[in-house]
Write a protein that binds this ligand. Structure first.
Ligand SMILES: Cc1cc2nc3c(=O)[nH]c(=O)nc-3n(C[C@H](O)[C@H](O)[C@H](O)COP(=O)(O)OP(=O)(O)OC[C@H]3O[C@@H](n4cnc5c(N)ncnc54)[C@H](O)[C@@H]3O)c2cc1C
Length: 294
């Protein structure tokens, strides 16, 4: 497999990047870590003559705590997220999820922005960030930034809400509520996850006051399982009603809109969703009970 020839551009500002994307139109592609794009080019699925490398744009770099959450630059790698003391201290479940993405080589080059913008349906961060109520900050050249909730940003396989010439600049991840427990789980047969689930529960007086359940990698896009969340709300955290937990798993399996592919049949994937929902709920509850005031 050989890479076709291309010109590499290294803009230092968003304005320069947008100008390049406008000048070269369909002949140009945004390039960040390259773990997806270069593979597509080697396989002959894409042949952009101009790659616009966005890693040198300051706005897309760095990680900081701001306004009650984290702001993660789109060009931040999975490895940076996994190792950042800020993330480990403030969003340990996010660091843990990132540790499970791909392999060390991919994590060292691949970025959060590249993962979300490629919008491969088999994504860990997309599922996790959906449960975290994350918001994608998008901007085109000198224009106003658009804040798009992750739920609207990921539209389907290889489709996002990005407009032509627009870049994903950063991802805002609000802090988890106090006394919340969060857990992410996945199952992989090949390199990419075949099923992913993230559960967040917040307790009040020993009961689930809020539940968020996101499932992905089994259908066209990750989804929030709202009916499952409704069924879990109010359950006793120490000994939840097992019939309600089972019903929540069932509701999540329906919400996931599983599709058949090389990872399995629809019924099989629905079962994976049920299992991962139970597993993440159990772990999230255990974590929340450790932090909840008694
Ligand atoms: C072997 C392997 C295993 C993997 N396993 C997993 C896994 O277990 N879980 C998982 O979630 N993922 C997995 N992945 C996917 C991996 O997370 C992504 O490849 C990586 O995050 C993509 O980031 P990148 O910077 O390399 O993107 P690139 O390849 O540079 O870009 C990907 C796409 O996004 C566009 N793009 C990139 N950045 C921006 C931006 N800021 N604004 C607008 N468009 C942009 C590019 O134009 C391109 O279309 C795996 C990938 C490989 C190759």
């Amino acid at each position: 497999m050989r890479l076709p020839p291309f010109d590499l551009h290294a803009p230092e500002t968003l304005e320069e990047a947008t100008a390049l994307l406008e000048r070269y139109g369909e002949d140009a592609a945004v390039y960040c870590g390259g773990t997806e794009l270069l593979l597509l080019m080697k396989l002959g699925f894409a042949q952009p003559a101009h790659l616009v490398d966005v890693k040198g744009i300051a706005e897309l770099a760095g990680l900081e705590a701001r306004d009650g959450g984290l702001v993660v630059g789109a060009a931040v790698t999975h490895r940076e997220l996994e190792r950042s003391p800020l993330v480990v201290g403030r969003w340990p479940a996010l660091a843990e999820m990132e540790r499970g993405v791909a392999n060390l080589r991919v994590r060292a080059a691949g970025t959060l922005g590249g993962n979300l913008c490629f919008s491969d349906p088999h994504s860990d961060p997309a599922t996790f960030l959906l449960a975290a109520d994350a918001v994608c900050v998008c901007r085109r050249g000198g224009g106003e930034a658009r804040r798009v909730p992750l739920e609207e940003f990921v539209r389907g396989p290889y489709q996002t809400a990005l407009a032509p010439g627009e870049l994903l600049v950063s991802v805002e991840v609000p802090d988890a509520p106090p006394a919340a427990g969060v857990a992410h789980a996945k199952l992989s047969f090949h390199e990419r996850p075949a099923a992913t689930a993230t559960c967040l529960v917040r307790l009040e007086a020993g009961r689930i006051a809020e539940a968020r359940v996101a499932v992905g990698s089994v259908g066209a896009r990750p989804v929030r399982a709202r009916e499952a969340e409704r069924l879990l709300a109010g359950l006793d955290a120490a000994s939840p009603d097992l019939a309600a937990v089972e019903a929540a798993g069932e509701a999540a399996a329906v919400a996931a809109r599983c599709t058949e592919d090389a990872n399995g049949f629809v019924e099989y994937k629905e079962n994976l969703v049920r299992v991962l929902c139970r597993r993440t709920l159990g772990r999230a509850l255990a974590r929340s009970m450790l932090t909840a005031p008694r």
